[in-house]
Design a protein around this ligand. Structure first.
Ligand SMILES: *[C@@H]1O[C@H](CO)[C@@H](O)[C@H](O)[C@H]1NC(C)=O
Ligand SMILES: *[C@@H]1O[C@H](CO)[C@@H](O)[C@H](O)[C@H]1NC(C)=O
Ligand SMILES: *[C@@H]1O[C@H](CO)[C@@H](O)[C@H](O)[C@H]1NC(C)=O
Ligand SMILES: *[C@@H]1O[C@H](CO)[C@@H](O)[C@H](O)[C@H]1NC(C)=O
Ligand SMILES: *[C@@H]1O[C@H](CO)[C@@H](O)[C@H](O)[C@H]1NC(C)=O
Ligand SMILES: *[C@@H]1O[C@H](CO)[C@@H](O)[C@H](O)[C@H]1NC(C)=O
Ligand SMILES: *[C@@H]1O[C@H](CO)[C@@H](O)[C@H](O)[C@H]1NC(C)=O
Ligand SMILES: *[C@@H]1O[C@H](CO)[C@@H](O)[C@H](O)[C@H]1NC(C)=O
Length: 376
């Protein structure tokens, strides 16, 4: 497939940090039959030839809108990463042999994500959804060199791996058994990617016994940080968007050490109706609620509360991160909530004020160094 790489990279956006919509040789997002075959060839497989399910519950439309939106984001991310490595963007230079191999792997990932996006769009088209997402313009905060870029890929893939659990459950609740098998297949596929990114970062490829769950609304909210603008109204997709919950990090990126610790959080609650009546309260009855693995949501009270900024609408606080008791290795997803003590994940969404905060606990690295210039 390597010979096709040059062709694939033609006409990609310049590495300005933003990806504009590509008019590339593969015709994505609307490839014709020849172009689709070309993408399938690189993706090492074809789209399913099974007929679409006979019906789809209206409530399942936002699930496919979220999947489609996310896949378009992933396509843009990997296009940008490939572009950066191909053009030896500072921080993205690799020795020739590694460069060729990593580009081949990423070209395959890109084509696979393109087909995931096309597949989700096809479902929305078939069922005449009132809004079918298209590629947007994006930024990739924090992705400034190969390591930070792969770390970002690892984290957003972890978030997707949790969000797709919610998608599968949502489809089941909505009586849409048909697409669940394919969602499960994509979960495994993204899991294989995650193992590869983790290995590049010298982390154990399999992160946890059960991967951290998520809810659609938090996955959707997390995606907003990457969006500059879209050619459609995001507000028409019927999933709530929460104000982000920033975690003030101990080390760079999302990564913190594996131990009990207090974390600092900041949330900009401007315009949040739930927050309005709380402003200036020094001990509001609020909690940080964490998702980790398949544990029930873990809630801890917030402490050392401080309101600041314009209209005092920004909230800074601290909360315990109970690592030891729960072995919070890998991804933890945090939300600022007005209740504690949950028995389901969906209940958390109902009482969320800001989310998600993404926390990755990484352990001592493996001893080899896949991205170093010496080996691989
Ligand atoms: C590609 O490089 C640009 C410029 O350094 C950077 O802003 C962008 O985030 C990079 N993209 C990825 C996916 O790492
Ligand atoms: C698809 O588009 C490409 C590029 O425009 C063109 O060369 C090719 O003939 C088209 N194939 C079909 C089946 O329309
Ligand atoms: C979608 O709309 C088309 C044209 O209006 C119609 O023929 C088709 O049956 C609709 N599909 C579904 C699944 O409702
Ligand atoms: C459609 O989904 C809603 C919400 O989950 C559910 O209440 C309803 O029973 C579903 N309809 C069918 C026909 O399964
Ligand atoms: C807080 O959010 C409001 C509304 O989204 C925005 O206008 C404002 O610039 C934000 N403030 C900061 C400091 O980010
Ligand atoms: C919060 O306190 C600030 C500073 O004391 C004050 O200016 C502001 O009016 C108060 N806001 C509310 C909603 O009580
Ligand atoms: C949590 O809720 C359950 C059922 O609603 C209740 O039995 C239990 O006592 C509560 N636990 C705490 C720690 O509040
Ligand atoms: C990425 O991390 C590896 C391993 O820690 C290191 O050898 C390499 O120099 C880093 N690359 C960049 C561009 O920072």
């Amino acid at each position: 497939m390597l010979s096709q790489l040059g062709f694939l990279f033609v006409a990609m956006a310049l590495a300005t940090g933003r990806v504009v919509r590509r008019d590339s040789a593969d015709g994505f997002p609307n490839p014709n039959a020849t172009q689709l075959e070309f993408i399938e060839d690189i993706a090492d497989g074809t789209l399913s030839d099974a007929p679409p399910p006979p019906s789809l519950n209206e409530s399942s439309i936002p699930i496919f809108q979220l999947i489609s939106f996310n896949e378009y984001f992933e396509v843009a991310f990997f296009s940008s990463l490939i572009e950066n490595i191909t053009t030896d963007e500072p921080g993205f230079t690799l020795p020739t042999e590694k460069k060729v191999e990593i580009l081949e792997i990423l070209a395959t990932v890109l084509a696979q994500e393109q087909l995931h996006a096309i597949d989700a769009s096809n479902v929305l088209k078939h069922f005449n959804a009132s809004l079918i997402p298209e590629p947007c313009e994006y930024v990739f905060p924090g992705a400034t060199d190969i390591n930070s870029s792969i770390a970002l890929a690892a984290t957003f893939t972890d978030v997707v791996l949790g969000t797709l659990q919610d998608a599968a459950e949502g489809l089941a609740v909505n009586g849409d058994l048909g697409p669940i098998r394919k969602v499960a297949s994509i979960i495994g596929q993204e899991g294989q990617q995650s193992g590869f990114y983790r290995l590049l970062l010298n982390q154990m490829p399999s992160q946890k016994l059960f991967l951290t769950t998520n809810v659609g609304a938090f996955g959707w909210s997390a995606l907003q940080q990457f969006v500059v603008s879209c050619p459609f109204n995001i507000g028409e997709i019927e999933i709530p968007i929460f104000p982000p919950l920033e975690v003030a990090h101990v080390k760079g990126g999302q990564t913190i050490e594996p131990r009990d610790q207090r974390l600092s959080f900041v949330a900009n609650l401007t315009g949040s109706s739930e927050a309005e009546q709380l402003i200036n309260e020094t001990s509001p009855d609020l909690f940080v609620t964490y998702f980790s693995g398949q544990l029930l949501p873990i809630s801890v009270p917030i402490e050392d509360v401080e309101w600041f900024g314009e209209n005092n609408a920004q909230l800074r606080f601290e909360a315990e991160f109970p690592f030891e008791e729960n072995i919070l290795v890998g991804l933890t997803i945090a939300a600022l909530t007005s209740k504690d003590n949950f028995t389901t994940y969906g209940e958390v969404v109902e009482v969320t004020i800001a989310a998600p905060g993404l926390i990755e606990v990484t352990e001592e690295g493996l001893s080899w160094d896949l991205l170093s210039e010496e080996d691989l």
